[in-house]
Structures are given as structure tokens and as C-alpha cells.
Write a protein that binds this ligand. Structure first.
Ligand code: GLA
Length: 396
């Protein structure tokens, strides 16, 4: 009797533990990979995704931790009479593409949304959630970005001028796909994309969300990167292993960002424990961009096991000082010159006191790759839109 009770407890305990283990399996650190949208947009195709996968190996990005190869919008074709969605002519065989990506030791991601149409007006998952989730699992998909898009119109039509009812519809829609993904039994990272509506960080984790966009779309320009960065303040308590704030995919190497801006963008996404999804043209990546994207020390900040998102401690003039607590009591400090020229903010004197640090701090300058000692009130020269990123192993 006693023995069978013990057995029952053990079995229940094991399966409960198993469920937890399965639910926590993905995104224990912020997902890293590449996504087609920021550079290729509607030009993405099978060959381009294979080339991206190849380049992730050739450039050392895979070794640096980038694993997901994510197809964004515009892969979808039409549904057949049974409601099965087929990829369009740009993707002749999605299962074969998944096999190819998997054969490289990488994982494949895909994109859909709860509406009838996606943002680029391709077929969405409305009314076909279970069917689509099952198909993704059959193809071997490992990651789904689920984008609100036209579901906003559905919300407007079905609950005009009734915001609470609209928000409930939105929650239910994300819940539905979350359950459908779970029912497949395949570990699939679930990425919410609804631009931060209704304080998504408060409810996404309970619906199985592993990451959620916190803002509108990023653009490859400093004003966009900096304004998204500023919008992350106050969200740090919502991030942790398995569930992350997503300030949108990286624009490193894209558009008008200069080398300092690329470096600052990447550093600050690492400080934010943000998903690192490169969005550039990998086959034509410049060496200096590769150097940023594969910086092991900076990636280690992003992927730190503690999973604690950094916070802005103080600003002075146009210089922002951020800190992030790291595993083992270490700390990362970022000093960012957001000003449009060096002189508007200089000389900048770092306050260790405001950072809660006492006396000289020995650390590592992660971009210069040199040792550095931070002292209270020390003058720091930082060019416009550049950053000093320091890791202190034993802060005092
Ligand atoms: C929205 C998303 C983007 C991208 C496009 C695709 O704008 O926020 O990240 O997925 O849709 O149409």
C-alpha cells in the first residue's frame, strides 16, 4: 500500500517534471539566429534561406551561437479544398528545406498570424490554427513568429469601440495558437508579434510565449534603434529564462547605420537580454559587421545564464549608463553616447557611486579587448553613437 502510494507519487512527480522540462526546453537563453525580413523582405526564397544557413556556418555565426534560420512573411501560397496551406512557388518543398537546415545543425523558423491575412497580405492562420501548427510540426519547424496584422481589423469588426473585448480576442487568438503548438508535442519557440499592445509582457508567458515584441517595427537608422532602446526601460522584470522581451530583430549591417551605431545597437541588445536575430544579407556581409555579430564576449553578456535584463541606471547630458547583473556576481556596464556629436556630452565623468560600486573596478573593455580599470569620476571619451562596454568579474 505504502509502496504503491510511493510509486504513484513518483510517477506523478516524474510526469509533472517532464511537462515542466518540456515547457522550459526552449529559449532558456534569448533565441539567436537570422530572420529574412529586415533585409530581404518579400524577396526571400528557398535558395536565399539555404544560402543564409550555409553562411551561418561559413562565417562562424553558428559557432558563436546563432541557431535559428527564420523565414518571415511572404512564403505562403493558397489553401487547398481541405484547408491545407501550401507554400508558394518561392518555396517548392518546405520539408526538404527544413531537412537541409537541420542537416547543418541549425533550426528552421516560420511566420504566420492570427488574422485572415499577414502584414504583407499573405494567407494567415485564422480558423486553421490546429491544422497549421500540425503542418509546421510535420515539416520540422522549430520556431513560429505570430504577427497580429489583419487580426486588428477582425477585432475592430467584431467588437467595435470595445477595447476590453478586443484585447480578450487578441489574448484568445494567441492562446489558441499556443495550445495548438503545444499539442503537436514538438518543442517550438513561440514568438509573439503584436507590437507590445496591452502590456503583452504581463500575459504572454502564461500563454506559452517565449518572446514578445515590445514595440513597433525597427528600421535600420539610429533614431529607430535608440527610440526602441529607450522604450525598454521598466520592462526588465518581465524577462527571464524561457520568456524574453523582444525589442525587434537586429539591423546590424543594414541601411544607414555606421560602424559605431552597429556596435552600440548590438551591445545594447545584449544588455537587454534581447533575442539576437541578425537581419542582414549574410552572403555579402562585410568583415567589420561579421566581427560585431560574432563577438563572443558581447554574445556572452546576452546569453548569460542568469537571464537578468539590464537597466538604465542614469543619464547625464546625452550619455546613458546601463548595467546588467550577470551569473556569478559579475556585472556588465554600458556607457552610451547618444548625442549627435562628441562635444555635446564631453567630458563625461563616470559615477561609480550611482552604479553602487565602491572604489576602482578592474574589468574588461569588450570591444577594445583590453583590460580596463574604472575609477569614480573618471573622464571617458566616447564618439557620437559609440559605446564603452565593460565586463567586471568581481565588482566591489
Ligand atoms: C510586421 C512585423 C515585421 C515583419 C512584417 C512582415 O510589420 O512587425 O517584423 O514580420 O510584419 O510583413
Amino acid at each position: 500500500m505504502c509502496k504503491s502510494l510511493y510509486l504513484l507519487v513518483a510517477v506523478v512527480g516524474l510526469s509533472f517534471g517532464g511537462v515542466i522540462a518540456l515547457a522550459q526546453e526552449v529559449a532558456q537563453t534569448p533565441p539567436m539566429g537570422w530572420n529574412s525580413w529586415n533585409y530581404f523582405a518579400a524577396r526571400v526564397d528557398d535558395a536565399g534561406v539555404r544560402a543564409a544557413a550555409d553562411q551561418m556556418i561559413a562565417t562562424g555565426m553558428k559557432d558563436a551561437g546563432y541557431i535559428y534560420v527564420n523565414i518571415d512573411d511572404t512564403w505562403q501560397g493558397k489553401r487547398d479544398e481541405s484547408g491545407v496551406l501550401h507554400a508558394n512557388e518561392k518555396f517548392p518543398d518546405m520539408k526538404a528545406l527544413a531537412d537541409y537546415v537541420h542537416s547543418k545543425g541549425l533550426k528552421l523558423g516560420i511566420y504566420s498570424g492570427p488574422g485572415a491575412q499577414t502584414c504583407a497580405k499573405y494567407e494567415g492562420s485564422l480558423g486553421h490554427e490546429e491544422q497549421d501548427a500540425k503542418m509546421y510540426a510535420e515539416w520540422g519547424i522549430d520556431y513560429l513568429k505570430y504577427d497580429l496584422c489583419s487580426f486588428r481589423q477582425t477585432m475592430d469588426q467584431q467588437a467595435p469601440n470595445d477595447r476590453p473585448a478586443q484585447m480578450k480576442m487578441m489574448h484568445d487568438a494567441y492562446d489558441k495558437m499556443g495550445k495548438a503548438l503545444k499539442a503537436t508535442g514538438r518543442p517550438i519557440v513561440y514568438s509573439f508579434c503584436q507590437y507590445g499592445w496591452d502590456a503583452v509582457w504581463e500575459w504572454a508567458p502564461s500563454l506559452g510565449g517565449n518572446l514578445w515584441r515590445t514595440t513597433g517595427d525597427i528600421r535600420p537608422a539610429w533614431d529607430s534603434v535608440y527610440s526602441i532602446l529607450s522604450e525598454q526601460e521598466g520592462l526588465e522584470s518581465y524577462a527571464g529564462p524561457g520568456h524574453w522581451n523582444d525589442p525587434d530583430m537586429l539591423e546590424v549591417g543594414n541601411g544607414r547605420l555606421n560602424i559605431r551605431e552597429n556596435r552600440s545597437h548590438f551591445s545594447m541588445w545584449a544588455m537587454l537580454a534581447a533575442p539576437l536575430l541578425a537581419g542582414n544579407d549574410l552572403p555579402n556581409m562585410k568583415p567589420e559587421i561579421k566581427e560585431i555579430l560574432t563577438s563572443k564576449d558581447v554574445i556572452a553578456i546576452d546569453q548569460d545564464k542568469l537571464g537578468k535584463q539590464g537597466r538604465r541606471v542614469y543619464s547625464e547630458g546625452e550619455v546613458d549608463v546601463w548595467e546588467r547583473d550577470l551569473a556569478g556576481g559579475a556585472k556588465a556596464i554600458a556607457v552610451l553616447n547618444a548625442g549627435s556629436d562628441r562635444y555635446s556630452t564631453h567630458p563625461f565623468h563616470l559615477s561609480l557611486e550611482k552604479l553602487g560600486l565602491h572604489g576602482a573596478q578592474k574589468g574588461r573593455d569588450l570591444w577594445a579587448k583590453t583590460d580596463i580599470t574604472l575609477t569614480d569620476g573618471m573622464p571617458i571619451e566616447i564618439a557620437s553613437h559609440d559605446i564603452l562596454l565593460v565586463r567586471i568579474e568581481k565588482p566591489k
